[in-house]
Design a protein around this ligand. Structure first.
Ligand code: DNO
Length: 358
């Protein structure tokens, strides 16, 4: 298990690399370049980022999110140009030592919440929160406006301004589109990029829909084990893998997370793991919790044990943290609670390793 941390680059992340390196057991980053979807990433910029990260004593082997352009998802003729750029980016990242690329195939929205700072009554911290009832009163344009207002000037992953500027047009392109239509376009994309990944030794890891059910009537095809079975079959290759996010899939209590890890781990189809906990508050109603099992509804021991048993070499990162100790930062991506999360997960891991060496 390689413990990593998501970082947004020194221009837009207030957390210095030095602080991340000081988290015990931290070996690398799941880093991100702030490039709009569809762009061919320049190698010099990436090489500079990699140098900065390596000089801080951290590895940069996982890149998240190389976003898929909406024209690819909706199957427009212009997709070929964006796919060509994607393939070129894969080759460049491979030359720079990247092993895993995390992306998603969600229409329009990446993750979605109705409140970015809901106070947790028990301890006064706050975390990301979702209640479908609140969404019921908001349309897609309103939720985008609200999310931007609530994000304290930070760009949130999946909520990049250039993407959202085209929101109305993009939403129209999805009108009448079914899950099967989306899967057909997904296959077209995978058929192009997966052979490149095989050639250069990179794995694509698809992030689940978050929350794990359809929203705004958009087709969503990645929120259960059965969905990911289909995705893997679209182009069957060891390079076509899952970024198994326990909190995204776990937003739906019908998903048995440890069982899903075992299922894909045994097939060697887990490219990376995002590990966090969720507290259920009702139907389609949850908030994010501290990583500790007893703080939420996921069994973190069973999750780490499933990783240990089936994909022990994978990359793991603590995922969204609460805001604690009056930290001001990017919602979900502060330093303190994610550092606590990493430390806790490392503790579980040490105990599991020791128990199994007996
Ligand atoms: C949310 C993140 C996601 C993830 C993308 C990958 O906090 O986990 O934005 O990075 O879905 O493309």
């Amino acid at each position: 298990m390689k413990m990593t941390f998501r970082w947004y680059g020194s221009q837009s992340d207030p957390i210095p690399l030095k602080y991340i390196r000081q988290i015990p057991g931290m070996s690398g980053l799941m880093g991100l370049l702030d490039k709009p979807a569809g762009v061919d990433w320049p190698e010099e910029e990436f090489a500079a980022l990699k140098k900065e990260v390596n000089e801080a004593g951290l590895a940069l082997e996982v890149i998240e999110s190389v976003n898929v352009h909406e024209d690819i998802k909706t199957g427009l003729p212009s997709r070929d140009e964006y796919i060509a750029n994607y393939m070129s980016t894969i080759r460049m990242l491979a030359r720079q030592g990247v092993k895993v690329i995390i992306y998603n195939f969600m229409p329009v929205f990446d993750w979605l919440r109705t409140d970015l700072a809901r106070v947790i009554p028990e301890d006064g911290s706050n975390s990301l929160y979702f209640d479908e009832k609140d969404l019921g009163e908001m349309g897609p344009l309103e939720i985008v406006r609200k999310t931007a207002e609530d994000s304290h000037g930070f760009t949130l992953p999946g909520w990049e301004p250039e993407r959202l500027a085209l929101l109305e047009t993009t939403l129209k392109q999805y009108e009448g589109m079914t899950g099967d239509d989306l899967r057909k376009n997904y296959k077209y994309f995978l058929d192009a990029v997966i052979p490149v990944c095989e050639e250069v030794g990179v794995r694509m890891a698809c992030h689940p829909d978050d929350p794990a059910w359809p929203i705004f009537g958009l087709p969503r095809i990645a929120h259960s084990q059965a969905d990911f079975d289909k995705i893997i079959q679209l182009h069957d290759s060891p390079a076509n893998t899952v970024c198994l996010c326990t909190g995204s899939l776990g937003s739906n209590p019908e998903n048995d997370i440890p069982a899903t890890i075992r299922h894909f781990g045994e097939m060697d189809r887990i490219g990376a793991m995002h590990v966090r906990n969720v507290k259920y508050l009702g139907t389609h109603h949850f908030r994010e919790a501290a990583h500790l099992s007893s703080a939420g509804d996921l069994d973190m021991y069973a999750i780490m044990k499933a990783i240990y048993d089936t994909c022990p070499e994978t990359y793991v990162r603590p995922d969204h943290g609460r805001m604690i100790w009056d930290e001001q930062g990017r919602p979900g991506y502060g330093l303190y609670d994610r550092a606590l999360g990493a430390t806790y997960l490392n503790g579980l891991w040490e105990a599991i390793v020791r128990e199994n060496q007996k």
